[in-house]
Design a protein around this ligand. Structure first.
Ligand SMILES: O=C(O)CCC(=O)C(=O)O
Ligand SMILES: [Fe+2]
Length: 167
């Protein structure tokens, strides 16, 4: 599972043109969710609306009973997620993915509702985030005029001036 989640994260980074990102050392958390549903709890909430806080979640959903719902980012409307095909996982992005990608990747609001009076189990592996810097900055903020002046004043016209703006 760990190998899977770091590979999916690396593919996501590649999709943004970032081929040298490794998520191998990022902390993970493993959790088994058990919902003790009964006929009396049908229609009730199992997990309230939330986004996952980390980068990425790989979920093994219960193959017998549904209940997971995801929100449309535009309308806020929730749609049920189909019961999974055997042997498949569900992947969703959390808040850290949004921050890490500067908004290019989107976190997903979701919730769980009791749709049948039978116990439900899901298994989640969360790829969280480094303790200190989620995405260490390589450069300070700068404006183009200042950067042009820096290139002129240093005579560095082949990209060397960028190093002077290292964070
Ligand atoms: O049980 C599920 O299907 C989802 C659980 C969930 O959203 C979570 O553990 O963050
Ligand atoms: Fe979640």
């Amino acid at each position: 599972m760990h190998e899977l989640i770091v590979r999916v994260a690396a593919r996501l980074a590649s999709s943004l043109g970032l081929d040298d990102c490794s998520f191998q050392d990022w902390p993970c958390q493993f959790r088994i969710n058990r919902y003790n549903y009964t006929p009396d709890t049908v229609g009730e909430s199992g997990v309230q609306v939330h986004t996952d806080s980390g980068f990425l979640t790989v979920l093994q959903e219960d193959e017998r009973v549904g209940g997971l719902e995801v929100a449309d980012p535009d309308t806020g409307e929730f749609s049920p997620v189909d019961i999974p095909l055997p042997g498949t996982f569900l992947v969703n992005l959390g808040d850290v993915a949004t921050a890490w990608s500067n908004g290019a990747l989107h976190n997903v609001r979701h919730r769980v509702r009791c749709v049948a009076g039978v116990p439900r189990v899901s298994i989640a592996l969360f790829l969280l985030a480094p303790r200190d810097d989620v995405r260490p900055r390589r450069f300070r903020d700068f404006g183009y005029d200042d950067y042009r002046r820096l290139r002129q004043s240093t005579g560095e016209h082949a990209g060397e001036a960028l190093a002077r703006l290292a964070a």
